[in-house]
Design a protein. Structure first.
Length: 287
């Protein structure tokens, strides 16, 4: 029996791929694999493996970060034998269940995924640029993490704001090129829509992705929860960055297409609240 159509969930890092994966992965009969090492944040992933590690160990890369033990550019070198081995491994883990793989880095390797899973369906996640870019910038400054690691980003100046904005824009450009080439293979999940109408948006996603389970819709609709946002960091970075105008020009076309505002003035911002929240997160690690 041929395995059911795999589903690949991807998008810019920090754009809501985790929420979409939890909504999708809560349906029965699906086997979810993600790049998260802390599975407690995504209990629907019972695979016991870290998807990124599978790729880093399974392929060769042209640009490698020896200090961190990961690629500087996430696109592997083509290797037909390793592609087949990876395909067999994924289907072996999923068994009779439908395979669902969530990893933002998969945007950088769509050609290889198309060869690995020629019948795959794809879900692209998009989120407000300012929230996404701020979240990337925090991690980029402290850990060099959560950037979309591409050749384009690798060759940019070492500016967290510019690299974060480029990640958001390039993710959308990759999605648009792929969905234009194969429109029937791609669906889109907008983070704000999941928060505004959890049940309706979950049902729409399930219909688009051929997941037929009304009880699962009700369960998944309980997952999205609105959070207070504080845009202090991104306002500070934008004000201080020598690349401010370049960043705004870079973002303008995608913001217009997806109806996101470039105007930061109306967004909530509190330096005190921002720093207190970071202190709470640090303390939480030791409690």
């Amino acid at each position: 029996m041929m395995p059911s159509r795999p589903l690949i969930i991807t998008g810019c890092p920090r754009s809501g791929t985790l929420l979409s994966a939890r909504v999708v992965g809560s349906a029965p009969g699906l086997f979810l694999v993600t790049e998260h090492s802390k599975k407690a944040i995504i209990p629907e992933d019972t695979s016991g493996v870290i998807d990124s590690h599978l790729w880093w160990q399974g392929f060769e890369y042209a640009h490698w970060d020896s200090a961190r033990g990961r690629p500087l550019v996430e696109t592997p070198l083509h290797d037909a034998q390793r592609i087949q081995q990876m395909r067999d491994m994924y289907f072996g883990m999923a068994g009779d269940n439908r395979l669902v793989i969530k990893n933002p880095s998969h945007l950088t390797r769509l050609d290889i995924l198309d060869e690995m899973f020629p019948d795959a369906a794809y879900l692209f996640c998009v989120r407000s640029p300012w929230h996404t870019i701020q979240s990337i910038a925090v991690k980029a400054v402290t850990k060099g993490s959560f950037l979309l690691r591409t050749d384009r980003n690798l060759n940019l100046p070492a500016d967290a704001l510019l690299k974060a904005a480029t990640s958001w824009v390039e993710a959308i450009e990759i999605f648009e090129a792929a969905s234009d080439a194969s429109p029937d293979n791609w669906s889109i999940s907008r983070y704000e829509d999941l928060l505004a109408d959890p049940a309706g948006e979950t049902r729409r996603l399930y219909d688009a992705l051929d997941i037929g389970d009304e009880a699962a819709v009700a369960r998944a609709a309980l997952l999205p929860q609105a959070r207070d946002n504080n845009y202090h960091l991104i306002k500070t970075l934008l004000r201080q960055s020598p690349h401010r105008d370049e960043v705004l020009d870079l973002m303008r076309p995608a913001c217009a297409t997806y109806n996101y505002s470039l105007d930061l003035d109306a967004l909530p911002s509190s330096a005190t609240g921002f720093h207190l929240n970071r202190v709470k997160k640090r303390l939480g690690r030791f409690l």
